[in-house]
Design a protein around this ligand. Structure first.
Ligand SMILES: Cc1cc2nc3c(=O)[nH]c(=O)nc-3n(C[C@H](O)[C@H](O)[C@H](O)COP(=O)(O)O)c2cc1C
Length: 218
């Protein structure tokens, strides 16, 4: 049981067929995301909007972490974070980014590569207002990615904020917190199939405009 090499999932799901694909990756993503939400409803998948976000530092060293997708449309994929965090500092120097959606129970994976830019301040403020009060305070309380001495330091900071902004009180969006929108340059859809002959279809920009799809060997 402890040997990962002995684990073999048998994939026999519907394949991806070029002739049945939507014109844009966002349309196919929307379809797969709806199916991921349904799988989550059915208890098969946790956090369908969780994605692994990878960035690189100035020396080209990569780092990855999980972040929640909070919106997507033709303009790109949006997540929110601390603008002074490691990821945000790296993106300020190098906007190249990769997103990976690990929908393992569905034998699916989506990988987006692209560039990340900060969203407009109004978009951040509008989203911040929808967050639960505790999460709003948490965004203020945490200097994300910095080293802290003790857990107590964090809890005390939170308690001070709670005293200043009791439940029901409007909490302003922290200036050091906000969204990034990832404009896709490529989007690969991976569907597990039998005998490891998986489908991998990648949308890349077409020569003029729009998208073209290429099939990759699994
Ligand atoms: C399921 C899950 C969801 C998360 N969602 C977010 C998020 O939406 N935004 C965020 O800044 N961090 C989120 N985190 C925390 C990040 O993984 C990470 O610890 C944090 O952003 C600091 O990353 P950095 O130091 O590499 O910048 C999430 C972690 C997990 C496990």
């Amino acid at each position: 049981m402890s040997d990962p090499a002995a684990i073999r999932a048998h994939y026999g799901l519907d394949g991806l067929v070029e002739t049945e694909l939507p014109a844009t990756p966002v349309e196919l993503f929307a379809l797969w995301f709806t199916q991921a939400l349904a799988a989550a409803e059915a208890g098969l998948l946790h956090e369908p909007n969780a994605m692994v976000v990878s960035t690189v530092d100035t020396a080209g060293r990569p780092s990855s972490r999980t972040v929640l997708l909070k919106g997507f449309d033709e303009r790109g994929f949006v997540f929110f974070t601390n603008y002074e965090s490691r990821k945000a500092r790296e993106l300020a120097e190098n906007p190249n980014i990769a997103l990976l959606f690990p929908w393992h129970p569905m034998a699916r994976q989506v990988i987006v590569t692209g560039t990340a830019r900060r969203v407009a301040r109004e978009e951040t403020v509008a989203y911040f207002r929808t967050r639960p009060h505790g999460s709003q305070l948490g965004a203020w309380a945490s200097a994300q990615s910095s080293v802290i001495a003790t857990r107590d330091e964090l809890d005390r900071g939170y308690a001070d904020l709670e005293a200043r902004y009791p439940e029901g009180e409007q909490v302003p969006a922290p200036p050091h917190w906000g969204g990034f929108r990832v404009e896709p340059q490529s989007v690969e859809f991976w569907q597990g199939r039998a005998n490891r002959l998986h489908d991998r279809l990648r949308y890349v920009p077409a020569e003029r405009d729009g998208w073209t799809v290429e099939r990759l060997s699994p």
